[in-house]
Write a protein that binds this ligand. Structure first.
Ligand code: GDP
Length: 332
């Protein structure tokens, strides 16, 4: 039987959201994730109306290969933070989850303590196909969580393709978890991830793992050292932690606090946020234009035909682009 969805009252939803009601937050996120045009419209109005309440959280991205201990560490760190009075939201960016049906990041079962913590909110990755789509929804979800009073946002991602850079571009601080084991791992890591790390934490450093983790840490330190510094204010530290044994997580959080203080004092904090906002606008605009191009009746059909002609070498790329731009009303 078809069930009719309850009509959404955006003003009521905004009010409940501001009051920190979890059900309202969940509904608002569902609205943001919806692909229906009228839902999108309502979602955008909702975000606009709660905008003054956003931007106050500390936004931290966390990455690392599968098995490094992301969910274990987030579960423990998040629990430490809620115990200290914070409200913690855990979001995830995993564009692969829809295609592979594989590990959906942010899955509640992977974070047993936080999943039942009244001061924590866990949301798995939105299942929109492209990385751009997933990221856009996660950004909006982040704002909704902030409006609902969450003051720490942890965004988890796995090191697939561009997802790390994308997450680094939506957070204040980007944490990279590494495995101990040095040597071999060091050769395997992508240089790109070191370039965007604000801190490296070598996990599984408890007990007998401590020595190996320390040795890996000094290798990573050396690897970071040869990169050009990104900020005059901050040199990414390399620390050792155990997410499982809750060792080093206080130190980890302290470092993030120091980062915030220094970057705020130097003005880089605000500058980074502004830059991210503007980049987000361009991202969204680009996506919107691509969507229009692919779905509008004026261009969609011609687009396919021109693609075939370009594929066969019958039409020059530049000419095809000219024609499509004309169809979109983009006269030079
Ligand atoms: P994820 O795939 O990055 O989310 O990794 P998980 O958090 O699921 O952890 C993968 C495995 O490593 C699990 O068996 C964890 O129990 C284990 N693990 C995670 N953190 C630690 C740690 O600090 N020390 C040890 N010894 N094992 C850990």
């Amino acid at each position: 039987m078809m069930t009719r969805a309850r009509p959404i009252d955006p003003d009521k939803l905004a009010e409940d959201l501001k009051a920190g009601k979890r059900a309202a937050l969940a509904r608002a996120i569902t609205l943001v994730e919806s692909r229906k045009a009228d839902h999108r419209h309502q979602a955008h109005r909702l975000i606009q109306s709660v905008l003054p309440l956003t931007g106050k959280a500390l936004r931290v991205g966390i990455t690392g290969v599968p098995g490094v201990g992301k969910s274990t560490t987030i579960d423990m760190l998040g629990s430490n933070l809620t115990a200290a009075g914070h409200k913690v939201a855990v979001l995830a960016v995993d564009p692969s989850s829809t295609r592979t049906g594989g590990s959906i990041l942010g899955d509640k079962t992977r974070m047993a303590q936080l999943a039942v913590d009244p001061n924590a909110f866990i949301r798995p990755s939105p299942s929109a196909g492209t990385l751009g789509g997933v990221a856009a929804k996660t950004r909006e979800t982040m704002l909704l969580c902030e409006a609902a009073g969450f003051d720490v946002i942890l965004v988890e991602t796995v090191g697939i393709g561009q997802s790390e850079t994308t997450v680094a571009d939506m957070v204040d601080f980007f944490l990279v978890l590494m495995l101990p084991g040095a040597g071999d791992e060091l050769q395997g890591i992508k240089k790109g991830v070191l370039e965007i790390a604000d801190m490296i934490a070598v996990n599984k450093a408890e007990g007998e793992g401590a020595m190996r983790a320390r040795s890996a840490a000094s290798d990573y330190r050396a690897a970071l050292h040869i990169l050009a510094p990104r900020s005059p204010t901050w040199t990414p530290p390399v620390i050792t932690i155990s997410g499982l044994a809750n060792e080093g997580l206080d130190h980890l959080w302290e470092q993030i606090g120091i980062y915030r203080e220094r970057m705020q004092a130097s003005g880089e904090w605000k500058e980074k946020r502004s830059r991210q906002q503007v980049a987000w606008m361009w991202d969204m605009l680009q996506q919107r234009m691509m969507m229009t191009l692919k779905s509008s009746s004026r261009t969609a059909e011609r687009l396919q035909a021109l693609e075939a002609e370009v594929r066969d070498g019958r039409t020059a790329v530049s000419l095809a682009v000219d024609e499509l731009a004309d169809l979109m009303g983009l006269k030079e």
